[in-house]
Design a protein around this ligand. Structure first.
Ligand SMILES: [Cu+2]
Length: 338
C-alpha cells in the first residue's frame, strides 16, 4: 500500500512537471483569432491528459527498473504472471471513455471553429507557385477590386476566405490563427477567421508544392478598423490610377503578383533574369538562338513562359492568367526600366 501511494504521488508530480515544462517551452505562438481560443482550450486539455499518460508509463517503468532489478547473487526466474481480467477491463474501459469524450469535445470544438457569421467579409485567396494573392470585396462606389499579395484584415470582423489554387495543392496556414486549410485547383475551399489581436503575422504554405515551397510566405496584417479602411482606400486610389496609366498599372501588377521575388529591377541576379535594360536587348535562349526583347517577345514570355527559355535559366516562371490589358501594362512597365 505504501508503494502504491508513493507511486501515485510520483506520477502526479511528474505530470505536473511535464505540464509546467511544456508551458515554459511556449510551443504555441500568440492567440490571434477567436477560433484560436477554442483550439487552444482543446490543446490544453490534451496536454494535461498526455502528460498524465506519459507519467503513468514512465514512472512505474523507472520505478520497476530500480526496485525490481536483479540483485547480486540472485539467479532464479521471476514470478510468472498470467493475465489479470480486472486490470485488462480497466485499461480498456478508461481509454475507451477518454476517446469518446475527446471525440464529443472535438466535434463541438470543430463546430465552433467553422461557425460562419452571415456578415463575414469575403476575401478570395489564390495560391500559385510560389506566392499568395488576395482579392478584396469590390468598392461599392467605383466597382474597382483591390488585389494584393498581402492579407490585410480588420480586427474583430469575421473574414471568410474563399480559396483556390491556379496550379498545385497549397495550404493556407497562419500559426497565430491556429487554422489550416488546403487550396485545391478547380474548386473552392473555405476558412473562417475572426482576428482578435492587432499585429503582423505571415501566411505560410503548409503543403509541399515545388522547389520554392519554403519561400511561399506572405504578410498578414491585422489592424484596427480605421487603419484597415485607410489601407483599402489607398489601394482603391491605386486601382484608379491603374485604370488610366498602363505603366503605373504594370508596376502595381508586378507588386501584386510577386514577380520581384525572381526578377530584380536593379540588375541583380535572381531566379529569373533582371529586368534592368531588358527592353530592346538581345536575349540568348537555351536552344542557342537569340531574340530581341521587343514587345512581342515580352508579351509571349509572360503569356506562355515555357515557349522560349532564356539561356542559363530554368523553367521556373509560373503561368499567370493575365488579361491582354494586364500583359500590355506589364510590358509597358518593363520598357521603362533603363
Ligand atoms: Cu504552396
Amino acid at each position: 500500500m505504501r508503494k502504491i501511494v508513493a507511486l501515485s504521488v510520483a506520477v502526479l508530480l511528474v505530470t505536473w512537471l511535464l505540464i509546467v515544462g511544456l508551458d515554459a517551452a511556449h510551443v504555441m505562438p500568440v492567440e490571434a483569432s477567436t477560433q484560436a481560443v477554442s483550439v487552444d482550450w482543446m490543446w490544453k486539455l490534451m496536454e494535461i491528459v498526455m502528460s498524465f499518460l506519459t507519467a503513468l508509463i514512465l514512472v512505474p517503468m523507472f520505478y520497476s527498473l530500480v526496485v525490481f532489478r536483479r540483485r547480486k547473487g540472485e539467479t532464479g526466474e521471476g514470478v510468472h504472471v498470467d493475465g489479470n481480467t480486472k486490470l485488462e477491463l480497466i485499461w480498456t474501459a478508461i481509454p475507451l471513455v477518454a476517446v469518446v469524450v475527446f471525440a464529443i469535445l472535438g466535434g463541438g470544438n470543430l463546430a465552433d471553429v467553422l461557425r460562419q457569421d452571415p456578415n463575414a467579409m469575403v476575401v478570395k485567396v489564390t495560391g500559385h507557385q510560389w506566392s499568395w494573392k488576395f482579392e478584396y470585396p469590390a468598392d461599392p462606389e467605383t466597382g474597382l477590386t483591390v488585389v494584393s499579395d498581402e492579407l490585410h484584415l480588420p480586427v474583430g470582423q469575421q473574414v471568410l476566405l474563399l480559396m483556390t489554387s491556379s496550379d498545385v495543392i497549397h495550404s493556407f496556414w497562419v500559426p497565430e490563427f491556429r487554422l489550416k486549410q488546403d487550396l485545391v485547383p478547380g474548386r473552392f475551399t473555405k476558412l473562417t477567421i475572426t482576428p482578435s489581436e492587432v499585429g503582423n503575422y505571415a501566411v505560410r504554405c503548409a503543403e509541399l508544392c515545388g522547389t520554392s515551397h519554403a519561400y511561399m510566405e506572405n504578410p498578414v496584417i491585422v489592424s484596427t478598423r480605421d487603419d484597415y479602411s485607410a489601407w483599402l482606400s489607398l489601394k482603391i486610389q491605386e486601382a484608379k490610377v491603374a485604370a488610366t496609366d498602363p505603366v503605373g498599372f504594370g508596376e502595381i501588377l508586378v507588386k501584386q503578383n510577386g514577380c520581384v521575388a525572381c526578377h530584380s529591377i536593379t540588375g541583380a541576379a535572381g531566379i529569373g533574369p533582371t529586368w534592368l535594360n531588358l527592353f530592346g536587348a538581345t536575349v540568348k535562349l537555351s536552344d542557342g538562338t537569340t531574340v530581341t526583347a521587343d514587345q512581342a517577345y515580352l508579351t509571349e514570355s509572360i503569356k506562355e513562359p515555357q515557349a522560349k527559355i532564356v539561356a542559363s535559366f530554368t523553367t521556373q516562371m509560373p503561368t499567370y492568367g493575365f488579361t491582354d490589358d494586364q500583359i500590355a501594362a506589364l510590358v509597358a512597365y518593363i520598357e521603362t526600366l533603363k
